[in-house]
Design a protein around this ligand. Sequence first.
Ligand SMILES: Nc1ncnc2c1ncn2[C@@H]1O[C@H](COP(=O)(O)OP(=O)(O)O)[C@@H](O)[C@H]1O
Ligand SMILES: [Mg+2]
Length: 281
Amino acid sequence: MSAFTAHRDAEAAQARPHPAIQVENVTVHYGEVLALDAASLVLEHSRICGLVGMNGSGKSTLFKAIMGMIRPDAGRVLINGAPPAKARKEGGIGYVPQSEDVDWQFPLSVRDVVMMGRYGRQGFTRRPSKADRAAVDDALERVELSDFAGRQIGQLSGGQKKRAFVARGIAQGATMMLLDEPFAGVDKRSEATITRLLRELATDGCTILISTHDLHALPQLCDEAVLLMRKVLMHGAPEVVLQPENLAMAFGLDVLNRNGDPNHGPGAGQRNGQRNDETGS
Ligand SMILES: Nc1ncnc2c1ncn2[C@@H]1O[C@H](COP(=O)(O)OP(=O)(O)O)[C@@H](O)[C@H]1O
Ligand SMILES: [Mg+2]
């Protein structure tokens, strides 16, 4: 570590004395269903963390708890040491929801969706300023969607839709991005664009939590990984979390069938467009 980076790290620690995300013993029920069971996780700033777990393991619930969209039955979430409502109000958290959670028929253009990231700055009238428009244009350019700005959001491909939501987070100036399965049903170009952008954002100080079924891409994509099965079973370097015996804990024993049979192992259900569980999500 150079004197410069040591100095910069010390400065950053002073500016950001708390971890980016603290999830402490968070329990969430939906009626009788236990979705999160005393889940705990600490994520430091500027890290990219992959969230891995089978369908129904509580990934989306964890995102919603971190966003403050769901109030836990027990435990708490802190963002930069404060309740999520504060970070949300300040526009600090960018959220790319899983496709199932979005109404794609809604009459909003791509530009409108990205402009939503600026609402917090527009006050009561919601009249975009020059700076708002410039930020939206810039974000659209970064996700390579400038040519699609006028399209209704539902008229985009799966990957373009994800990129539009990433652009919303960028326009927002979010210091944290939560991406719920951004690669599900996404073309290779979008996947590559999103992966590149996430790395750029993390380098600029953004903290990123991303759920994915693409275990092969995990070591390239992430600095660390979390195995979720209602609880955080494991949190560590991607290579360690991906050890077959660890994946078996989260996915069941068929993950140990790694002889290239595409109908077995992690992501098999995803590739076949099926669910891995009976409960759904
Ligand atoms: N709105 C809801 N109402 C009832 N049950 C839900 C709801 N959302 C999720 N669940 C249940 O909670 C569990 C965790 O779901 P979810 O967080 O969506 O998992 P994942 O994103 O890992 O697939 C599942 O059993 C799912 O069926
Ligand atoms: Mg989900």
